[in-house]
Design a binder for this molecule. Sequence first.
Ligand code: B16
Ligand code: MG
Length: 216
Amino acid sequence: MKGFIFDLDGVIVDTARYHYLAWKHLADQLGIPFTEADNERFKGVSRRRCLEILLEMGGLQVPGEQFEAWLLEKNEDYLSYISKMDASEILPEVPRVLEFLRERDVPMALGSASKNARPILEKVGLASYFRTVVDGNEVVKAKPDPQVFLMAADRLGVAPAECVVFEDAQAGIAAANAAGMYSIGIGDAAVLGEADRVFRDFTEIRPGFMEHLLQL
Ligand code: B16
Ligand code: MG
C-alpha cells in the first residue's frame, strides 16, 4: 500500500455531533421528529441529500427557494459550532497514525463529502499532513460512488489498488470498495461489515498493523 486516504467527519474529528445538533434544530422548527439514530443515515451523505431525507421523513415538499434557505440555515448553525473547534477535538491517536505515515514519507489525502473540510482541517491544525484535499466542493457523485477516493488517488499519483481508505460511514466503505481500495472501517463492525478491516477507533490501530499495511 502506497497511498493513504482519510475521511474527515467521524474519522479525524467527531463533527457528527455538530451536524446532528444543527439538523435537530432545523427538524424541531419544522416539527419533524429527529433522533441521533436518524442522524446515522446522514453520515457521509451530502448536505443536500440530508435535507431531502429529512423532508421525506416529515412528508414535506417545498419550493426550491425554501429548500435553499433551509440548507443555508443548517450550515450557518453548523458553522457556529465549527468556529469554536480546536486541536482538542481531534479523535484519539489520529495524530500518532498521521505522524507514523509522515515519518515514512507516505502520501496522504483527505476524501470528504463535506464542503467545510478545509476550514475544519485548518482549525484543528492538521492541514499540513495532507498532500491533497478532495471535498464536497469538487465531488459531483456522492459516496457510495467512488469518485471522491479515485480523485484523491489520482492526485497522490498512486494506483487505486495501492490505496488504503479510513471511513466511518457505510456509504464511504462502499465507495472505497467500489474504487478497488483497501477499506478500513472506524466504528461499529455491525454497521461497517463490508470493510476489509474494522477498528472501533485509532487506539486499536497498532504500529505493527500500520507496518503490515505498508507491506501489502
Ligand atoms: P457539509 P465526511 C460528511 O463528511 C458528513 O459525514 C455528513 O454527515 C455531512 O452531511 C457531509 O459531510 C456534508 O457536510 O454540510 O459540511 O458540506 O464524513 O465525508 O467527511
Ligand atoms: Mg465520515
